[in-house]
Design a binder for this molecule. Structure first.
Ligand SMILES: O=P(O)(O)O[C@H]1[C@H](O)[C@@H](O)[C@H](O)[C@H](O)[C@@H]1O
Ligand SMILES: [Mg+2]
Length: 281
């Protein structure tokens, strides 16, 4: 049978590489910063420009009629996933890092068909590392296969989490209470790169055992989700149920033992879904 989405997968890698080069170049000039949902939710002209570059390349190749497009900078209201082939992109994941020159910034491009993620590409552009995975075909970094770590003991793990951009005191309290409990298990360490897409690739290549966050969006994690699964890991909801791309929360881990141990400590707080549907408990 003809391999229907291989061309799209290869094109996504090409586009991510070009987008990353644009980001690197833009980092050498003055960066103008605006804010979105809060004073710490940053956006720059580069985020908007790179999203346009990616979308026009994809639309030029695949046409606007047949494919749907969800992007961090152009999705105004809710984003509903349909059965149509859909591109889900974050042009600059780690905008705060980009603004500050903290060297972890990623271009994240995912593709879903019939609501199922088909492939994901994460280009960590400051490190020049290309992570990619296609459903059923393994995960790669710079064309070398990558695998999650085989650690099963939580006390031998490194865990990543982030603080997000909603700094309401009651949410921050829950985030820190969760982190305190995990730190005191004790785990070997807590880390955070400042980009969800890169964090998921760190799980996929075995550098850490798990990454969890509440408050991320579908464009932060769609590509990373394919890469983690194809590297042998799992993605769950923070309540232990199945992962839901639009739920704005997830735990990605090397295995179920680590994931469930983390889930035991997570203090869940409300975060409105990306698709506007009611949030689960
Ligand atoms: O807004 P960008 O695209 O930089 O992405 C987000 C990160 O990916 C989160 O992990 C992180 O916690 C922040 O919420 C950050 O906003
Ligand atoms: Mg992002």
């Amino acid at each position: 049978m003809e391999d229907k989405w291989q061309e799209a997968y290869e094109f996504a890698v090409e586009v991510a590489r070009k987008a990353g080069a644009e980001i690197r170049k833009a980092g050498d000039s003055e960066i103008k910063v605006n804010t979105k949902s809060s004073s710490v939710d940053l956006v720059t002209q580069t985020d908007q420009r790179v999203e346009k570059i990616i979308f026009s390349a994809l639309k030029g190749k695949f046409g606007e009629g047949c494919h749907r497009f969800i992007g961090e900078e152009s999705t105004v209201d809710s984003c509903v996933l349909t059965d149509k082939p859909t591109w889900i992109i974050d042009p600059v994941d780690g905008t705060t890092n980009f603004v500050h020159g903290f060297p972890f910034v990623a271009v994240s491009i995912a593709f879903a068909v019939n609501k199922e993620l088909e492939f994901g590409v994460v280009y960590s552009c400051m490190e020049d590392k290309m992570y990619k995975a296609r459903r059923g075909q393994g995960a790669f970094c710079d064309d070398e296969p990558i695998y999650v770590s085989d650690v099963k003991e939580i006390k031998k793990s490194i865990i990543i989490s982030e603080h997000g951009t909603d700094r309401s005191p009651e949410k921050v309290k829950k985030i820190f209470s969760t982190m305190q409990k995990i730190l005191c298990i004790p785990v070997h360490g807590l880390r955070g790169s400042g980009t969800a897409a890169t964090n998921m690739c760190l799980v996929a290549c075995g550098a850490v055992e798990a990454f969890f966050e509440i408050g991320i969006h579908c464009w932060d994690i769609a590509a990373g989700a394919v890469i983690v699964r194809e590297a042998g890991g799992i993605i769950l909801d923070v309540n232990g149920g199945p992962f839901d791309l639009m739920s704005r929360r997830m735990v990605s881990a090397n295995n179920e033992i680590i994931a469930n141990r983390i889930i035991k400590e997570i203090e869940i707080f409300p975060s409105p879904r990306d698709d506007g549907k009611p949030q689960l408990e």
